[in-house]
Design a protein around this ligand. Structure first.
Ligand SMILES: Cc1ncc(COP(=O)(O)O)c(C=O)c1O
Length: 369
């Protein structure tokens, strides 16, 4: 079976080298030496400061909301993984869905303005598929209305915007290091804070509220263990190979399919990490027919992100998100994808549709890059 993604397993001896260190140190958790090394190396690699490793990307969001004192409502996108909005609900914050931009599939600043009300204390946009949001527009809205901005950057590991890490925008940006992500630590995540004091509060919050041996805050346990950091460090050692292989698969898909399928318009000045390869069909029935053909030969692409989250509850109706969620399919994308399978996927996809004339989206570059 060919899934949509498979974890990258680093060379075993490399991983064992880090595990031997865990055994020698006999410190398995509680901000041990490997977690500290991972933090320092990630800050260097990503070009950011105030990065806090945590147990997963969902807790990264929850801790960021707490550290920044969110309450009331937060505006977010319905076109994302369910954790973006369920993490808000778990913190007692009401998610309000605003619709997405039909070309980029990211949260639309214009639609955000339409649903602002006095109870809104924050924006939680998502860099969907690693495609940076309109960060300048969200910064502007936040300044005007005195809101916090937390970017869910679960898909955006290593992405840069105009030469700077996309994680530098917002009061905080969160990452997921789940096994299926471009960079992973089996389970894991991180928060990048703009301000040192928010980072320091979050350090307490992930450790039961402890600071200098005393409980001074209402915390929880969201610490990363040394064994998870060991996987993170060994994947980081191989990240350039991971990105190069993903980039090659992306190039092959793109060259073969660009004239057949609409694809999300990519942010001007943004690099990419090849986390996903999404294509848009002209209708849901066409998508389902092609998905069936792929399934028949053991290939299982995924409908990321379906359904649009505004269909699951009472919070807002977002027609653009609903339409794109019905028509988008992510093709298998992982470093070990076999060459013959890649060829087969391309051939089934390309033969399923005649080439089309692509729309030009002003101000946004194409999927190429
Ligand atoms: C957009 C988004 N946010 C949050 C998460 C949650 O991350 P984790 O699985 O590490 O808890 C994911 C996970 O895939 C995600 O895709």
């Amino acid at each position: 079976m060919i899934p949509v993604t498979k974890p990258h397993l680093p060379e075993m001896n490399r991983y064992l080298g880090y595990i031997v260190r865990c055994y020698k140190n006999c410190q398995l958790t509680n901000n041990g030496p490997l977690v500290q090394e991972l933090k320092a190396r990630l800050e260097g690699y990503l070009g950011v400061q105030n990065l806090l490793p945590v147990a997963n990307g969902t807790l990264a969001l929850q801790i960021a909301y707490r550290a920044l004192g969110l309450s009331g409502k937060a505006i977010t996108t319905p076109f994302t993984f369910v954790a973006t909005s369920s993490s808000l609900r778990w913190e007692g914050i009401e998610p309000v869905f605003a619709d997405i931009d039909g070309a980029t599939l990211d949260l639309s600043p214009e639609r955000v303005r339409e649903v602002l009300d006095p109870d809104v204390t924050a924006l939680v946009p998502v860099h969907v598929y690693g495609n940076p949001c309109d960060v300048e527009a969200f910064d502007g809205i936040a300044r005007e209305h005195d809101l916090k901005v937390i970017y869910d950057a679960a898909h955006a590991f290593g992405v840069e915007l105009n030469g700077r890490s996309v994680l530098e925008w917002g009061d905080a940006a969160t990452l997921s290091f789940h096994a299926t992500k471009v960079f992973h630590s089996v389970e894991g995540g991180a928060i990048v804070f703009k301000r040192r004091e928010d980072y320091e509060r979050a350090c307490r919050l992930i450790n039961f509220g402890y600071a200098e041996g005393k409980v001074i805050d209402e915390g929880i346990n969201a610490k990363m263990s040394e064994f998870h950091a060991a996987m993170g460090l060994s994947v980081l050692d191989e990240i350039e190979t991971v990105l190069q292989k993903r980039g090659e698969i992306h190039r092959r898909y793109y060259e073969a399919l660009e004239d057949h399928f609409e694809m999300p318009a990519w942010g001007e000045g943004a690099t990419r990490n090849y986390a996903y390869f999404p294509v848009l069909f002209s209708s849901e029935s066409e998508l389902l027919a092609v998905q069936r053909r792929l399934n028949e030969v053991g290939i299982f692409p995924r409908r990321y992100f379906y359904p649009s989250l505004d269909t699951l509850g009472p919070a807002g109706v977002c027609p653009v998100s609903r339409d794109r969620a019905r028509r988008v399919l992510c093709l298998p994308m992982y470093p070990a994808l076999p060459e013959d399978v890649l060829e087969k996927i391309i051939s089934i996809m390309a033969s399923s549709r005649r080439p089309w004339i692509r729309a030009v989206h002003p101000g946004r570059s194409s999927m190429e890059g």
